[in-house]
Ligand binder design. Structure first.
Ligand code: NAD
Length: 310
C-alpha cells in the first residue's frame, strides 16, 4: 500500500523501520543528531516526526511543525513529548508500547542476580588480583518476595520470569490489576507501603508523571527492609537520588541497581560511586531485537494511521 508524506526521524532508530517507511512511498529525512535550531526549521514541512528519547518535542517544536499529523516515539515513555499540547492540536501520538517489554525485563532480572550474587564486585576483584571467595557470599532469588510497582506490560513480564525463578510476587498499581494475570502468577495485590515493607527486591515500572516523580523518597525508602534491593529501569525522576544516597550510605537498604537517572548521564557522583549500587547507562531497551521491533512497529503504525486519515 502506497502513502504520501514526509517523515523526519530525529534520533537513531533501527534500519528496519526506515526501510518500511521508504517502501511505502514516504519521503524520509534521517537526522539522528539533529539539534534545536535545525529541528525547528526541519519539522516545518513534515507530516510525521519520529523520535526516541533524546529529542524533546516541546510546544515550540509543535508550533513550528504546522502540518504535522503524527508524533511517534520508537519506545514506550512519552515524557519527552508535550503530549497534551500535541493532542490539543489534533496530532496523533504513537508509541511502541510492547516492543521493549522483554529487553527491559531481562535487564531487571540480570540486575537482581548481579546485586544478590555480587557479580560486579567479583569481577572487579578478579581483575584487580583479589580472590574474594569468602567475602562474596550471596543470596538466592528463589523463595524471595519481589515487589512490582506498576503492573503494566513490563511489570507483568518481569513477574512471569520471576515466577519461573520461584519468587513470590507482590504488586502495586493505581489501576486494577488484571485478575487472570493475578491468578496466573499468584501475585498478591498490596498498597505501596505494604509492598515496600515486605519485599526483598522492589522493581519500578511506572511512567513518569506528577504522581510518580520522587515516589521513592526518604519516607518511602524508610519502609524498606535493610536487606532489600531496589531496581529502577523506569525513569530516573521517580527516585529522589539524594534520599537514595543517604539510605544506601547508612545501609538502610542493602543495594540498588539503576538504569535511569535524574540527570543523564548522571552527575550525582556520590551516589554512583557507592559500593552497594550497580549502574547501567539507560540500556534496558538496548537490544538488537527490541530496537528492530520498536522501529518496525512504529513504521507500520505510522503508515496505518496515514492511510486511515486519507
Ligand atoms: P505500561 O503503561 O504498560 O505500565 C505502566 C503501569 O504503571 C500501568 O499499569 C499504570 O497503571 C501504572 N501506574 C501509572 N501510574 C502509577 C502510579 N502513580 N502508581 C502505581 N502504578 C502506576 O508501561 P510499560 O511498558 O510497562 O513501561 C513502564 C515504564 O518503563 C515506561 O513508562 C517507561 O518510562 C519505562 N521504560 C524504560 C525503558 C528503559 O530503557 N530503561 C524502556 C522501556 C520503558
Amino acid at each position: 500500500m502506497q502513502v504520501e508524506g514526509k517523515v523526519i526521524i530525529c534520533d537513531t532508530i533501527d534500519d528496519a523501520g526506515v526501510t518500511i517507511l521508504k517502501k511505502a512511498g514516504l519521503i524520509v529525512e534521517y537526522k539522528p543528531d539533529i539539534e534545536s535550531d535545525e529541528l525547528l526549521m526541519s519539522v516545518k514541512d513534515c507530516d510525521v516526526i519520529i523520535v526516541r528519547s533524546r529529542t524533546k518535542i516541546t510546544k515550540k517544536v509543535i508550533d513550528s511543525a504546522s502540518i504535522v499529523k503524527i508524533i511517534a516515539r520508537v519506545g514506550v515513555g512519552l515524557d519527552n513529548i508535550d503530549t497534551n499540547y500535541a493532542e490539543s492540536k489534533g496530532i496523533k501520538i504513537l508509541n511502541a508500547s510492547e516492543a521493549a517489554m522483554n529487553a527491559v525485563s531481562e535487564l531487571v532480572i540480570g540486575h537482581m542476580i548481579a546485586l544478590s550474587r555480587n557479580i560486579p564486585k567479583a569481577n572487579d576483584g578478579i581483575k584487580n588480583g583479589k580472590w574474594l571467595k569468602k567475602e562474596l557470599v550471596g543470596g538466592e532469588l528463589r523463595g524471595k518476595y519481589l515487589g512490582i510497582v506498576g503492573v503494566g506490560n513490563i511489570g507483568r513480564n518481569v513477574g512471569r520470569i520471576a515466577k519461573c525463578l520461584r519468587m513470590n510476587l507482590l504488586g502495586y498499581d493505581i489501576y486494577p490489576i488484571n485478575q487472570d494475570y493475578v491468578r496466573e502468577v499468584g501475585l498478591i495485590k498490596t498498597d505501596l507501603r505494604t509492598l515496600l515493607e515486605n519485599s526483598d527486591f522492589v522493581t519500578f515500572h511506572v511512567p513518569l508523571t506528577e504522581k510518580t516523580r520522587h515516589l521513592i523518597n526518604s519516607e518511602t525508602l524508610s519502609y524498606m527492609k535493610p536487606t532489600a534491593f531496589l531496581i529502577n529501569t523506569s525513569r530516573g525522576e521517580i527516585i529522589d537520588e539524594e534520599s537514595l544516597f543517604r539510605t544506601l550510605s547508612s545501609k538502610g537498604i542493602a543495594g540498588a541497581a539503576l538504569d535511569v537517572f535524574e540527570v543523564e548521564p548522571p552527575t550525582n557522583t556520590n551516589l554512583i560511586q557507592l559500593p552497594n549500587i550497580i549502574c547501567s547507562p539507560h540500556i534496558a531497551a538496548q537490544t538488537k531485537e527490541a530496537q528492530e521491533l520498536a522501529s518496525t512497529v512504529i513504521a507500520e503504525k505510522v503508515i496505518q494511521t496515514l492511510l486511515s486519515n486519507r
